[in-house]
Design a protein around this ligand. Structure first.
Ligand SMILES: CC(C)(COP(=O)(O)OP(=O)(O)OC[C@H]1O[C@@H](n2cnc3c(N)ncnc32)[C@H](O)[C@@H]1OP(=O)(O)O)[C@@H](O)C(=O)NCCC(=O)NCCS
Length: 177
């Protein structure tokens, strides 16, 4: 199916939420990653959707600002593909596109809690082995980190926390300067 990737628009928010409910189930917000996202908005520059040529929503990916003991990082997720259209490459296309954009924008570290086999080909490694901790229950093999810039993990370890409410904005201004 022909499709294209573009930045998510504010008027697609309800459609994206509905896709997330269908892909993850209505209890999705009980996961620890949601505690890190509470009260924050996803990074607009890294919120992407895959759209069918007719404009229909096929998949969505979002990222959030997080903090690792004072080091800014980003949290990938949720990534969701329309249930009837899974396994056709939309998920990987969104991950590839958004990670490349995150690198280009100067983000340094990306954390994800997701299937190891899915994210390892993008270069993600065990976050626990790298000395990172989640602030709540997590399935440890699914907890992974990626250096978006070489050496970004050097000297970084400890507890992942919520970013300050204006972290996304401040980070964008810093990277524009
Ligand atoms: C997980 C998800 C995002 C993958 O996107 P997709 O478009 O369906 O998958 P893609 O076509 O990009 O990739 C397919 C490959 O990923 C693998 N894959 C799909 N889901 C997987 C999972 N949960 N664990 C491990 N591998 C998975 C497939 O086996 C396939 O492998 P292959 O390329 O070797 O054949 C999508 O299936 C989805 O939305 N699932 C429900 C929500 C969810 O669980 N999201 C988790 C994101 S951490």
């Amino acid at each position: 199916m022909s499709f294209h990737i573009q930045h998510a628009r504010p008027d697609q928010a309800a459609q994206i939420e509905s896709l997330l409910d269908r892909a993850f189930g209505y209890d999705r917000t009980e996961r620890t990653v949601y505690r890190l996202r509470e009260g924050l908005t996803p990074l607009t520059e890294l919120s992407f959707v895959a759209l069918h040529a007719d404009g229909g929503l096929l998949a969505s990916i979002q990222y959030w600002p997080i903090d690792i003991e004072g080091t800014p990082a980003i949290l990938l997720g949720p990534l969701a593909v329309e249930p009837a259209l899974q396994g056709q490459g939309y998920g990987k296309a969104l991950v590839r596109h958004s990670l490349s954009e995150a690198k280009r924008l100067g983000h340094r570290l990306c954390v994800v809690v997701g299937a190891r086999d899915y994210y390892a080909p993008f270069g993600f490694v065990s976050a626990a082995a790298a000395g990172l901790l989640m602030p709540g229950p997590v399935d440890w093999p699914r907890f992974q980190v990626l250096e978006l810039q070489a050496g970004a993990l050097e000297g970084v370890s400890g507890l992942i926390g919520r970013a300050a409410p204006d972290a996304g904005k401040a980070d964008r201004a810093r990277r524009r300067a």
